[in-house]
Design a protein around this ligand. Sequence first.
Ligand SMILES: [Zn+2]
Length: 433
Amino acid sequence: MTDYVIRGARVLGGEPTDIALSGGVIEAIGAGLDAGGATEVDARGLIALPGLVDLHTHLREPGREDAETVLTGSQAAARGGFTCVHAMANTDPVADTAGVVEQVWRLGRESGYCDVQPVGAVTVGLGGTQLAELGAMADSAATVRVFSDDGKCVWDPVLMRRALEYVKAFGGVIAQHAQEPRLTENAQMNEGVLSGELGLPGWPAVAEESIIARDVLLAAHVGSRLHVCHLSTRGSVEIVRWAKSKGWDVTAEVTPHHLLLTDDLVRSYDPIYKVNPPLRTADDVQAVREGLADGTIDVVATDHAPHPMEDKECEWSAAAFGMIGLETALSVVQQTMVDTGLLSWEQVVDRMSAAPAKISGAGGGHGRPLAVGEPAHLVLYDADATRVVAPDDTASLSRNTPYSGRELPGRVVATFLRGVPTVLDGTLQEVNG
Ligand SMILES: [Zn+2]
């Protein structure tokens, strides 16, 4: 019995066709499919893509349920076209034990809006001094494969080496937040002429690049896998390009905001633009776009970082770092990469679905192509639409979007998780988690 027949969708932007979904899988693809008793979805003019996978999401639960919960973050993800997100470990308590990662994993299953794959901490309490129970988290029901102290850098080279060695046993990967702590003490924005002019302490590119250089060498030395979180500078792209040319097992991600926004916005002193790593120069933006286009950067990851109003609407130096981004990611990628001719839709699917799923080893059939017999994780996207971003138009509990009032292309019309619509006509649906 067919559940849904999607009419006239353009798979990866190709010719219009129908897609039939049944029992959580794609049953048939072709023109003029028989509806039988199935629900029909009019997708004429819409592009069909596989469900997106985010390798870098902050869901804030447990501990900061005033900023986000697994449920609200999952709903924001669904509205952004995501069917799987990776929840970062910097919660309270920190996700550094099997107990906490299993809690987050269960909350994701109960929410039912997208699959939530927990990321485990590398060090106990993100303290940077003692390796966390990586093996126990890997063996837990959450089957953790990605480990990160994100928000903090695993600075100690001996600890970083041990972590890289440890995860080899079960095919894990260390995702590094590359930030040399001594070079960034009290740092507030990108270090350059502008930080001097504005009188804000600088966060120099070398603080990111020196850690990435060290880590690619360490990963090569021990023959392990390194993933570089949210790289943001031209030098970082060049180092990763060099590491890949050596054949080393290194992958990297860039955020939508680093593909679009520059440090000039900090002139406003509006903390909505305060983020870590900071917004960089127009030349860096050009370099990360080129790196994403040529495959040096494997993945677009949102670094969705919700914060309540009081942590962002204050003076610059006191404000929290971070921006929300799940519901705008695909639009920003369309504007910066597709509408500029740098990426095809097929390549967008690689950077936002296939590659992140492959890096994390996420189960659940994520990152698979739209083909008969594959799990029915898919997005229907109207690339011809435009919208002006309104902060209140979000499923997130937080409103800290840097795109408020900005016109962005595209709109997610529908998202299906295992053949069940989490979003239809741009509206969240009731689901049974
Ligand atoms: Zn980070």
